[in-house]
Ligand binder design. Structure first.
Ligand code: 4NP
Length: 151
């Protein structure tokens, strides 16, 4: 399984999601490839936000070596699933994909049913460490669910 996690800047939510998935699939001995990217280019090349690194490291997950990149056309051919962290980024993915794409696109919290209420991981960028910690817990639950449902 090749899975791409997508948020806006690829410095807060999706690198935390990449770290959580890498951790879980390693723990479970699953042969999944995990990556993350942003729909925007604001932070390309940057390390994850220090608060994302802190929240992850508190959970035993090191994401400090990750670097932000933007979603690119070939991602829609390379990955089996591309999961957005919120509806805005899901719409951006739908706008960028085309009929050649092999990847299935959905929401991390709701991979099969788009648009259910409360199916977004809220952007913690303008918040504080506690917002990042809440975000990480939400992602951890979602990741367990996704692994069970899309394996
Ligand atoms: P992310 O958070 O999409 O979870 O990485 C954000 C990072 C940067 C910005 C917004 C959200 N920004 O506006 O620069």
């Amino acid at each position: 399984m090749k899975l791409l996690l997508v948020c806006l800047g690829n410095i807060c939510r999706s690198p935390m999601a990449e770290g959580v998935f890498r951790h879980l699939v390693r723990e479970r001995g699953l042969n999944w490839q995990i990556d993350s990217a942003g729909t925007a280019d604001y932070h390309v090349g940057e390390a994850p936000d220090p608060r994302a690194c802190q929240a992850s490291s508190d959970a035993g997950i090191d994401i400090s070596a990750l670097r932000a990149r933007q979603v690119e056309a070939k991602d829609f051919l390379r990955f089996d699933w591309i999961l957005a962290l919120d509806g805005g980024n899901l719409r951006a993915l739908h706008a960028q994909t085309n009929s050649d794409a092999s990847a299935q696109i959905g929401l991390l919290l709701d991979p099969f049913l788009e648009g259910k209420q409360n199916s977004e991981v809220a952007d913690p960028y303008w918040g504080d460490l506690a917002d990042f910690q809440r975000c990480l817990i939400q992602i951890q639950h979602a990741a367990e669910d996704v692994i069970a449902r899309i394996s």
